[in-house]
Design a protein around this ligand. Sequence first.
Ligand code: BES
Ligand code: MN
Ligand code: ZN
Length: 498
Amino acid sequence: MTALSVSTSSAASLRADALVIGVAKGPKGLVVAAGAEAVVEAFEGKLAEVLTTLGATGAEGEAVKLPAPAGLKAPLVLAVGLGEAVDGPFGAEDLRRAAGVAARTLAGAKKVALALPTGSAEDVEAVALGALLGSYAFGAYKADVTKAPVAELVVLTDRKGSKDAKSAVERATAIGEEMNRARDLVNTAPNDLNPKSFAAIAQAAGKEHGLKVEVLDEKALAKGGFGGILGVGVGSTNPPRLVKVAYTHPKAKASLAFVGKGITYDSGGISLKPAGHNETMKCDMAGAAAVFAAVVAAKRLGLQVNVTAWLALAENMPSGSATRPGDVLRMYGGKTVEVLNTDAEGRLVLADAIVRAGEEKPDVIVDVATLTGAMVLALGNRTFGVMANDDALRTRLHETAGAVGEPSWPMPLPADLRKGMVESTVADLANMGERMGGGLVAGLFLQEFVAEGIDWAHIDIAGPAFHEAGPFGYTPKGGTASAVRTLVRFAEDTAAGK
Ligand code: BES
Ligand code: MN
Ligand code: ZN
């Protein structure tokens, strides 16, 4: 695992395999960002000129290597682009992305020092988090590890309040490590990660971090009447689980429930997905991974709020025992659902978990799910959709996401779309409604299972949960840990009484 630390040493004197500096696009060409003064000096004032000769412009995503001159202890300098030059500090997301590019570019190096502009503890945290996320690699199944992630990252800062800087790096470590854990869970092949092994991982992490973990196995689920989770899992030889991970703070004034969709593989079931639509469906547990990472991070940060994560885990497979289109399930809490399409399985496991979470009367329920292809069509691959039964909560989550650098967009729950869904000829509800607005129909379905008086929001991460294109910034290919930072910041703000 990558080690992260902060140092107030000068960039010139720190021993490292590479020294990272920031450059930006100024009105008259490339400019070197603050933090790199010692490097500018070592290049005798010619650094911007040298970099320009090498083709550097300071654009976002750019990374240019050059040999260090005498006077620097590191043999290599890496200049990363911060984008347009700004008066005043760079945005936190610009810093995270630049640090991420640096860590990714320098994979294989042992020790890397980052001399990026850090005028505040928030900047230090952004650089640290970006670097930790950018150094992520999933090597579980690969023999070739010549490009191992950077082993040691040192964030340089001249900030006088180095105590603030130290706690900023500790925060980044907790959030970054838990995000990387969520990425590992998503990237793990579905023949290795199933409901049972996921539950075991949650139990082990709970033990490690002092969280209360309760697992309902298929017998307990049957006894409790969890017809949604059981109905989805019944076609698989890997039986389903409902996992509760609870973090409580003795002085907490509010309680949050985070519910995650945890389909460890979504084949579609009897309504089988065609080839071309199932290759990445190991990512269908990214919501459960996100809520799990968030509750562990809340604990590691010692937030003064109660957070319970509910992981609704099942494998959606076709078989002789699988739920058929036409079957009626009796959900936890008693509502009946006619399953018209077994590929609309996420809402079935979530419905049970939302009812169960509601029994504990949290102040807010937020569910996170790779729920619909329709949301990907609507918002693309990098933006998640936010729906809620309360406009203020929806706005708050959208703004929280923006504040931590996660693109999101508020989506409606239009009353007219509810009609198609409640019109099952045999049951209280059908698990499908109109095709148009499918992401919103799914949200409306979930809303039916939210207890009276509880504020609830639904985050559909089907687009951003799994990144199939080339890596950018601190985002690798594969699992991204989408929504984790939003949930953690939401919990922090709640703890702070916001
Ligand atoms: N897991 C999928 C949604 C999904 C699609 C996630 C693409 C990530 C990328 C979900 O279970 C699903 O199959 N939804 C169906 C619902 C439909 C049958 C009503 C969909 O979106 O097509
Ligand atoms: Mn599905
Ligand atoms: Zn699914």
